[in-house]
Design a protein around this ligand. Structure first.
Ligand SMILES: NC(=O)c1ccc[n+]([C@@H]2O[C@H](COP(=O)([O-])OP(=O)(O)OC[C@H]3O[C@@H](n4cnc5c(N)ncnc54)[C@H](O)[C@@H]3O)[C@@H](O)[C@H]2O)c1
Length: 290
């Protein structure tokens, strides 16, 4: 099947990036969210990102304009009816994703492929909710999507080989490198990354070092571009907590127990960059100010 039109559900940090790279790759894009304000924020992110590429001479004015023109937005899932591939990037909550995939499975044309950008929820379970497990797959992008090369491609138990082939080809056309992993909790990326972040939060809670020192150790000593606490803010503390809970439940091993500090911060609404405050504070443009 040739993919021409891609639907993206959720216009947050990830969905807006996925819509952007899809449009830059020449696909027609339909971006859906639950409120106009979220769509506007998503489009704003896309405009800023494309603007930076233009400024740096990485894309021409023509490509910039054409990419923007390929993105249509809607508040109605019905707008996805005729798309060839839908990538879901809504909140990391199995109940929410279940409701969405039950609707998408019934709504989108039968030959279309449904993909989830979930960081940790089992693809096989989401595939079942969709009612089309052969045409369901995990397509896990990384933040910020326009800059990060990797897409983890996760086959569910019943995913068809043709579905995998189509999605690998789409990821490559988006300029990404797809790497295939099995459907185990956290896949590969978050099984390795999240316990490190969680441990950094525990180190902070225990007073082992200041947040700046913890991040500095990993930046200067391990050459990580960002420290784990900065990275947690960047990813979103709610997403980090949800992933740790999936690892904890999925493996039944207390080594994945979410840090109580992480839990408390999420309860307080301190979700990181997207809410202006997490371990650090941020201005409206998301720049770190303290
Ligand atoms: N943040 C990261 O670094 C990262 C990386 C890889 C994957 N992910 C995954 O991507 C997904 C989205 O994460 P994010 O960081 O973009 O979150 P976000 O909070 O920035 O965005 C989520 C968006 O989805 C919208 N939404 C929620 N429910 C919806 C529904 N039923 N229908 C339509 N839109 C709905 C929200 O309004 C919001 O705009 C999650 O599954 C997350 O685990 C996140």
């Amino acid at each position: 099947m040739e993919v021409k039109t891609i639907g993206v559900v959720g216009a947050g940090q990830m969905g807006s990036g996925i819509a952007q790279v899809a449009a830059q790759a020449g696909y027609q894009v339909v971006l859906v969210d639950v409120a106009e304000a979220f769509l506007e924020r998503g489009l704003g992110t896309i405009r800023r990102s494309l603007g930076k590429f233009l400024e740096k001479g990485r894309i021409s004015q023509e490509d910039h304009d054409a990419a923007l023109a390929r993105i249509r937005t809607s508040l109605d899932l019905e707008a996805l009816k005729d798309t060839d591939l839908v990538v879901e990037a809504i909140v990391e909550d199995e109940g929410e994703k279940r409701r969405l995939f039950e609707r998408l499975g019934a709504l989108v044309k039968p030959e279309a492929i449904l993909a989830s950008n979930t960081s940790s929820i089992p693809i096989t379970a989401l595939a079942r909710y969709s009612g089309r497990p052969e045409r369901f797959i995990g397509m896990h992008f990384f933040n910020p999507v326009p800059l990060m090369a990797l897409v983890e491609v996760i086959r569910g138990e019943l995913t068809a080989e043709t579905t995998r082939e189509v999605v690998v080809a789409v990821a490559k056309r988006m300029g990404k490198t797809p790497l295939e992993v099995q459907d185990y909790p956290g896949f590969v990326s978050n099984r390795l990354l999240m316990p490190m972040i969680n441990e950094a939060i525990e180190a902070l809670r225990e007073g082992v070092a200041t947040k700046e020192a913890i991040d500095g150790v990993m930046r200067l000593g391990m050459n990580h571009p960002m420290g784990p606490l900065e990275l947690a803010d960047f990813i979103g503390l709610d997403t980090c907590l949800a992933i740790m809970e999936v690892l904890h439940r999925g493996f039944g091993d207390d080594k994945y127990r979410p840090s109580p500090l992480l839990r408390r911060m999420v309860q307080a609404g301190l979700l990181g960059r997207k809410t202006g405050r997490g371990f650090y504070t941020y201005d409206e443009k998301g720049n770190k100010v303290g």
